[in-house]
Design a protein around this ligand. Structure first.
Ligand SMILES: O=C1O[C@H](COP(=O)(O)O)[C@@H](O)[C@H](O)[C@H]1O
Length: 259
């Protein structure tokens, strides 16, 4: 049975430190087991929190990393709205400076020539996923070593929004959306079954503004919130919170609280 482990820290900086260690450990275990580490990043506030300490961790073999995006906005890669741009600025550029780059062909970005046709962006991204998860013909879903997830105040995660038909997708690996309630409206996203086949998922949520959302998901199991539908079949779920985001949780939350 999969476990949910909730860790809360006094400050955002302490969340970054602990998360950096957690990702480094997941990377080492995955590389020892399988010779590589497959990770998907969300956008928004997550890359800054996740990468602050990660990029200086000298124990990580970044040459074995395969980087994907849990969701991506259909915008140019240098746009302010691009999730890739955030990860480039928070991680990839630093690694270049340190001569520890992740090989460019192991960073799976969208084809931004196709951004006006999100369905084509999703089709192209599927081919990229299949090229890494080469066992594509034999497996139903890829098994990411780690998917890093954010949540919005409405409980959305990836680009899976409340009451949206994409929540019903059962077979696809990646899907497009034209009507995201949050700007920009055109995006692609990993689907719920892919998220739920990951070996580990880690939610990263900070700030008092997300307190009631965290409580609704973890304490109240509010299934109108897409993040509540994340339940890895074989892997575990981890929540990295700061105390401000964790404040609404009660002793009823069925989880571990400290690292
Ligand atoms: O639009 C998005 O929002 C969520 C949450 O972002 P945050 O800034 O509130 O942390 C993010 O996880 C997702 O990747 C992004 O595309």
């Amino acid at each position: 049975m999969s476990l949910t482990k909730v860790y809360s820290f006094e400050t955002n900086d302490k969340v970054s430190q602990a998360l950096g260690e957690f990702i480094a450990q997941a990377s080492s275990e995955s590389i020892a087991r399988n010779g590589r580490f497959t990770i998907a990043f969300s956008g928004g506030s997550l890359p800054a929190t996740a990468c602050k300490y990660l990029r200086n961790n000298q124990n990580i073999d970044f040459s074995k990393w395969y980087v994907f995006f849990a969701d991506e906005r259909c915008v140019k890669l240098d746009s302010h709205d691009s999730n890739f741009r955030l990860v480039r600025e928070e991680l990839l550029d630093y690694l270049v400076q340190q001569n520890r780059s992740i090989p460019a062909d192991q960073v799976m970005v969208i084809n931004d020539d196709l951004i006006h046709e999100p369905a084509k962006v999703a089709d192209d991204y599927l081919v990229k996923m299949q090229s890494v998860f080469a066992e594509a013909n034999k497996i139903r879903f890829p098994e990411f070593d780690l998917i890093l997830l954010g949540i919005g105040p409405d409980g959305h995660t990836c680009s899976l929004f409340p009451k949206h038909p994409l929540l019903e997708v059962k077979n696809d690996w990646v899907a497009s959306i034209d009507d995201s309630p949050k700007e920009p409206p055109q995006r692609i996203t990993l689907t719920l079954p892919v998220v739920n086949h990951a070996r580990r998922v880690a939610f990263v949520v900070t700030g008092a503004g997300k307190k009631s959302t965290v409580k609704a998901i973890l304490d109240e199991k509010n299934t109108h919130m897409p993040a509540s539908l994340v339940a890895p079949i074989k892997g575990d779920s981890y929540w990295f919170l700061d105390d401000a985001a964790a404040k609404g949780l009660t002793e009823n939350t069925p989880t571990e609280f400290k690292l």
